[in-house]
Design a protein around this ligand. Structure first.
Ligand SMILES: [Zn+2]
Length: 386
């Protein structure tokens, strides 16, 4: 694995194995055999052999026929995604959003529950998994293909494991994927919540690249998606913008990472409410308590100034502001103003800075990662070979 995570885009070698052929078929849902022949350049015999292998494995089906083309109507070949579901466990500081989604990340059933991510991991996961069991049991005839877990900490792109996380002190070394995998024997993928969120936002805006998405809630994190691929960084910490230094001097606040002057120490929902001596009960509660405050506007301005620096590095087409605080109009206004004031005009002229409108972007992002993993060409080739 590399510093980028991809979600199964068709490669230049389309069709060169059954797995590659399925990757191509998954990219749209109106392929005919003739179109697949033209696209892959395979001989008729080779293509039909590979399709046969995919039919036998139950991975494609014949739908159709295609619209009138003048001759005999041709059947459509489609990815057999019906009834296949992904379980998404999206765990934030005080809220868990558990969703059963289809393979595109569309939520079929979901529940939100309060949690304390700083609590003991076995207790947190037991509660979350119990709720997930109920959601999975609520429908018959579904096949769970994988579980995606979004967490407010860095996740290594090499090991797929959570690395030491400021807000999850007790989780260091805890075998999250193994515990979940023991309950549901399917692939379990972990990802940082802000990066999963970014991948979901990118799916909502297919032409927008590079896309920088910010999750601004209890914490502050970001994700960068370039042509559909998510940047994880060398060590899994890409997007951890909450610990960019935003101030210095004797009055700079201390951050939960132990340093002073971090953006999160000034502007995160956690920091803003801590100054008021309040612990929010949920993300909605956080937004309700801060929405109309000058503190939040100050925080958003600082976030905007930090983003202006990132704009110079990345030159994004779109910045999406999400999370319980990020999508508030007061925050979007302050960030827009600060970015335009601090970044060069040629970087901001066509730059869109928009609030998130997606229902549950982290679920869309996690479903894309899980689906990309489960139906990766090598995984499909291994499956059809058995
Ligand atoms: Zn910090």
């Amino acid at each position: 694995m590399t510093a980028l995570r991809t979600t199964g885009r068709p490669a230049a070698t389309a069709g060169s194995s059954p797995g590659r052929l399925l990757e191509l078929i998954r990219s749209r849902d109106d392929w005919t055999r003739q179109q697949l022949l033209a696209e892959t350049g395979l001989s008729r015999m080779t293509l039909f052999e590979r399709l046969d292998a995919l039919f036998r494995a139950g991975l494609v089906y014949e739908a159709g026929p295609a619209g009138p083309t003048g001759g005999r109507p041709a059947a459509l070949i489609r990815f057999a995604d019906q009834g296949r579901v992904v379980l998404v466990l999206d765990l934030d500081h005080h809220t868990g959003r558990i969703a059963v989604t289809d393979l595109t990340g569309r939520s079929l059933r979901e529940r939100e529950l309060p949690l304390d991510i700083a609590g003991p991991p076995d207790v947190v996961l037991a509660t979350v998994c119990h709720v997930a069991d109920g959601l999975l049991a609520a429908a018959d005839g579904e096949t769970l293909v994988g579980v995606g877990v979004a967490l407010p900490g860095p996740v290594s792109p090499v090991t797929g494991l959570l690395r030491p996380a400021t807000v999850m002190p007790g989780w260091d070394g805890f075998p999250i994927a193994a515990v979940i995998g023991a309950r549901w024997p399917v692939p379990v993928l972990l990802e940082n919540d802000a990066r999963a969120h970014a991948l979901g936002e990118a799916a909502e805006r297919p032409g927008a690249t590079p896309l920088l998405a910010v999750k601004y809630a209890h914490g502050i994190g970001a994700g960068l998606v370039l042509d559909g691929a998510l940047l994880c960084g060398f060590d899994g910490a890409a997007g951890d913008i909450g610990h960019i230094r935003a101030g210095s001097g004797g009055d700079a606040p201390t951050c939960r990472c132990g340093r002073t002057g971090c953006l999160a120490a000034y502007a995160s929902g956690y920091a803003l409410l801590r100054r008021r001596g309040v612990t929010p009960s949920s993300s909605d509660d956080l937004a309700a308590r801060l929405a109309a405050t000058a503190d939040l506007r100050d925080g958003a301005r600082l976030l905007g100034r930090t983003l202006a620096g990132l704009v110079a590095l990345v030159n994004p087409q779109t910045i999406v502001l999400g999370g319980a605080l990020g999508r508030l109009s007061a925050v979007v206004d302050e960030v827009r103003t600060a970015v335009r004031a601090d970044a060069l005009d040629r970087l901001t002229g066509d730059l869109e800075i928009v609030p998130s409108t997606a229902h549950h972007p982290a679920a869309v992002g996690m479903a894309a990662l899980v689906t990309g993993h489960v139906y990766a060409p090598a995984a499909v080739d291994a499956l059809v070979a058995t």
